[in-house]
Design a protein around this ligand. Structure first.
Ligand code: FAD
Length: 539
């Protein structure tokens, strides 16, 4: 951590939430010089996100910190990734979802890392520690961006430290990772479009000594309790008997700590020695910035998209923004990226945001308060029948929120200006069923080459030419030579595994630094230089 702000840098990152920190790690891995300014003195204050999804964990693996994330998570390796629906924590079971968000630790052929359930503040601390290990990154805490201007060559930013000291930093590019109230977005004159504050909720962290071992529902990440007194979502969060809750509220009636405590006892189903530690009222939005980039300034994360937390997409989508913008900035700064490279950020990410936000909003349609009916708590046959009926309905209606591999891995960059489009439709998309395919614009299909040895571990930091079958030596040589001429980092790998040709349905596949397919084919079929110019935004 540094108290001193350098006078110049290549990239200025504003905001040290999970997205700004992830961008710093991505740039640090690529050796790009960057400064991150965060107005708070500490990172890792909020426990909001808990689902660190499969794709984010794959990035953590690429950055070499997946195991550190797992070690920072409070629950052990075998803790089940389950969601339980019950009338109360000490009440009747309604429904059970197992292996939610693909959290099982066994190797899955579709991806290289399972989801990890972990509070956002732990993720931020792991990322912060990694940022501090990257020599090209300077992290300045207690430092707020207060103004900026840009010209053809760069951005001049004004910042102020906690003691009131003002200074200026000159950067080639600036990235606003400064959250939902983004100062950078407002200064650019961009506006959020969509529906704002359409649902009010309160989050709380509370201490509940002995509760995890005492209740009868078994271990799970979340317990959705459905009853007319206190419908809520609760779950264990951390060591020290820490739990979290989310409860729907009325917009003009935010409960205080005492009322939240009383409601929690009703949700639990008995009086418990609870201590409310933090209250976090929040509103659900469905908003996207009308623009994401102006000249040398780009927005990522909550600064350009805000949506309800159901499905656990917000932080994960922001981290994917950081990865996308990270390799493109590296390309611009290293001189191999053309004018269209950074410009491709908005047309690639915005449609993806739109689709994911639709999922998150749809998930708000069925929450615990919407499921309440009749006497669910009763011990009579009528109540049992009501619970059975409701349980079946929950399994049908909530699957979309808890089994999301299609959303996490299966959304493609359609109509990207830097992807070599292939004619014909993509395989049909499904929110839960991820069907890997290598049509350009899709995530590169994953394969375990041997146990523990992921194909992804062999991809280069820049582009990778994956050779799935021999016989293309002339094309490989031509592409390699064209990459050298242009200074484009390109690694060639030929894993000698016959399954790859079937998976990729081509002898050759060009994979981008973010592990998406840029092009595939049995032969180049076009001039190798023009393909590289396309995928690096040079034409
Ligand atoms: C109840 C709840 C549950 C959620 N659960 C999940 C989940 O399970 N999975 C998931 O993926 N997402 C989840 N989310 C969403 C997730 O919390 C956000 O998407 C995430 O925090 C966004 O990260 P960010 O870095 O873009 O913004 P932020 O986390 O808001 O960070 C922005 C940072 O910028 C700093 N900053 C602001 N202005 C300036 C300035 N002018 N100068 C310097 N610094 C500045 C701020 O201090 C802050 O640290 C949840 C959200 C809520 C409310």
């Amino acid at each position: 951590m540094s108290n001193t702000l350098p006078a110049t840098t290549d990239v200025l990152i504003v905001g040290g939430g999970p997205v700004g920190l992830a961008l710093a790690v991505e740039l640090g891995q690529r050796g790009v010089r960057a400064v991150l300014v965060e107005r708070n003195m500490e990172v890792g204050q909020q426990p909001r996100a808990k689902t660190t999804n499969v794709r984010t964990m794959e990035h953590m693996r690429r950055w070499g910190i997946a195991e550190r994330v797992r070690e920072a998570a409070p629950f052990g390796r075998d803790y089940p990734s389950n969601v339980v629906f019950a009338t109360r924590l000490f009440g009747h079971r309604l429904a059970l979802f197992e292996n939610v968000s693909a959290g099982l630790r066994e190797e899955n052929p579709l991806f290289s890392e399972p989801m990890q359930w972990i509070a956002q503040y732990h993720i931020e601390r792991v990322l912060r520690d990694e940022v501090l290990r990257r020599p090209s990154i300077t992290l300045v805490m207690g430092c707020e961006l207060t103004g900026f201007s840009q010209d053809a060559d760069g951005v001049t930013a004004d910042v102020q430290s906690r003691d009131g000291a003002k200074s200026t930093i000159r950067a080639q590019y600036m990235v606003g990772a400064d959250g939902g109230r983004s100062f950078v977005r407002k200064q650019l004159g961009f506006v959020m479009e969509g529906r704002s504050a359409f649902m009010a909720s309160i989050g709380a962290v509370f201490r509940a000594p002995g509760l995890s071992d005492a209740h009868p529902q078994g271990p799970a990440n979340m317990y959705w309790v459905v009853n007319q007194d206190a419908p809520a979502m609760i779950g264990p969060m951390d060591h020290g008997d820490l739990w979290f809750t989310i409860m729907g509220t009325k917009p003009d009636d935010t409960p205080d700590a005492k009322r939240v405590r009383d409601l929690l006892c009703q949700a639990i189903g008995r009086e418990w020695d609870l201590e409310i530690l933090t209250l976090d009222p929040w509103s659900a939005h469905s908003l996207m910035a009308n623009e994401y980039q102006k000249g040398r300034v780009v927005l990522v994360g909550d600064a350009c998209h805000l949506h309800p937390p159901f499905g656990g997409f917000g932080m994960n989508m922001g981290i994917a923004d950081a990865v996308d913008v990270g390799w493109k900035l590296a390309g611009m700064l290293e001189g191999w990226g053309g004018p269209g490279l950074l410009e491709s950020y908005t047309p690639e990410r915005r449609p993806m945001h739109h689709k994911v936000i639709e999922e998150a909003v749809a998930n708000t349609g069925v929450l615990t308060q919407h499921l309440v009916r009749g006497n669910l708590d009763g011990d009579d046959a009528e109540s049992a029948a009501l619970r059975a009926e409701l349980g079946a309905e929950i399994l049908e209606k909530k699957r979309r929120e808890f089994h999301t591999l299609g959303v996490v891995l299966g959304i493609c960059y359609d109509n990207s200006p830097i992807v070599a489009e292939e004619p014909g439709p993509r395989p049909e998309w499904h929110f839960a069923e991820y069907v890997p395919h290598a049509k350009p614009g899709a995530l590169a299909p994953h394969l375990w080459l041997s146990p523990g040895d992921s194909l992804y571990d062999h991809l280069g930091r820049g582009f990778t030419l994956l050779v799935t079958a021999s016989g293309s030596e002339a094309d490989i040589a031509a592409l390699t030579a064209a990459a050298v001429t242009r200074g484009i980092p390109l690694k060639v790998i030929a894993p000698n595994d016959p399954r790859l040709a079937t998976l990729y349905r081509a002898r050759l596949a060009l994979i981008r630094p973010d592990q998406y397919v840029a092009w595939r084919g049995d032969a180049l079929g076009q001039e190798s230089g023009s393909l590289l110019d396309l995928v690096t935004g040079r034409r």
